[in-house]
Design a protein around this ligand. Structure first.
Ligand code: ATP
Ligand code: MG
Length: 258
């Protein structure tokens, strides 16, 4: 039995009087790919914001690989290897595409300030290796030819891919992806699906918020369904497709084959 990568225990978040998240408990097994689905306003992004402590939960506990997240800053949480992307892509303005991707890798580099100033051979070698890795990722998602473009000049879908591979450059233990396929066309979405499977197969735990049902059902090991802040169902893609509560809660699934 492997320990849960992410464990959420009875978490509630109220904004004013309104509960955006109501008493949610869930576990994401290490090495799995979990999809989080649900209608607009269900609380999916809020759950990610709570896990990464962008704002505090009203009550409840969260653990990453057994470590309590409740009192850790977002930066500390990222330092544990729990890395997220945002629903609206957040690329760094004033930087090229490849520089944006490299920014993820630079968090990793354990060179000290003096070494960096002197630009020692080991630092140069690390930089070369990181650049090669960034280029390999860009190639994988079909963005190589844009590597020198300003990242903010890319279409939103491409910016989201840049954010995903920047997250991968940090060598995460777990990725939280908020609607990574939004703005992608069908072939880009298919490439993203392959990338996410490959990431999962490399041992990284993935939790992805996604509205694209064929993407979700094609790649997820387990699917969790949020509706109005309540976790209404979780199970395999097959189980979820057949769950009446899910079909009621989530109009998009009505088109799914029975
Ligand atoms: N910072 C905030 N302050 C007040 N209310 C908020 C805040 N963030 C989210 N909410 C409310 O919490 C509820 C859940 O919003 P959330 O953005 O988590 O939904 P979502 O499932 O991600 O929806 P979508 O699919 O549209 O992205 C909504 O009613 C939203 O208005
Ligand atoms: Mg959202």
């Amino acid at each position: 039995m492997s320990v849960a990568a992410l464990k959420v225990v009875k978490v509630t978040k109220k904004f004013g009087g309104l509960a955006a998240i109501s008493d949610i408990s869930l576990e994401v097994p290490e090495g799995s790919l979990t999809a989080l689905i649900g209608p607009n306003g269900a609380g999916k992004t809020t759950l990610f914001n709570l896990i990464t402590n962008l704002f505090p939960s009203t009550s409840g506990e969260m653990y990453f690989c057994g470590t309590s997240l409740n009192r850790l800053s977002p930066r500390k949480i990222a330092g544990l290897g729990l890395i997220r992307t945002f629903q609206t892509a957040r690329v760094f303005p004033g930087m090229t595409v490849v520089e944006n991707v490299l920014a993820g890798g630079h968090n990793q580099v354990r060179r000290n300030a003096l070494q960096q100033m002197l630009w020692l051979p080991s630092a140069r070698r690390e930089e070369r290796e990181l650049t090669a890795k960034a280029d390999a990722f860009l190639d994988l998602v079909g963005l190589s030819r844009f590597r020198r473009y300003a990242a903010t000049d890319l279409p939103m879908g491409a910016q989201k891919l840049v954010e995903v591979i920047r997250a991968l450059m940090t060598r995460p233990r777990m990725l939280l992806l908020d609607e990574p396929a939004a703005g992608l066309n069908d072939s880009e979405t298919a490439e993203l699906a392959l990338l996410l499977r490959a990431v999962r197969n490399s041992g990284v735990t993935v939790m992805v918020v996604e509205h694209n049902m064929s993407l979700v059902m094609g790649i997820a090991d387990q699917v969790m369904v949020l509706d109005a802040g309540i976790l209404v169902a979780s199970g395999s893609p097959k189980e979820i497709r057949q769950d009446v509560r899910v079909i009621e809660a989530y109009v998009g699934l009505q088109e799914a084959p029975a």
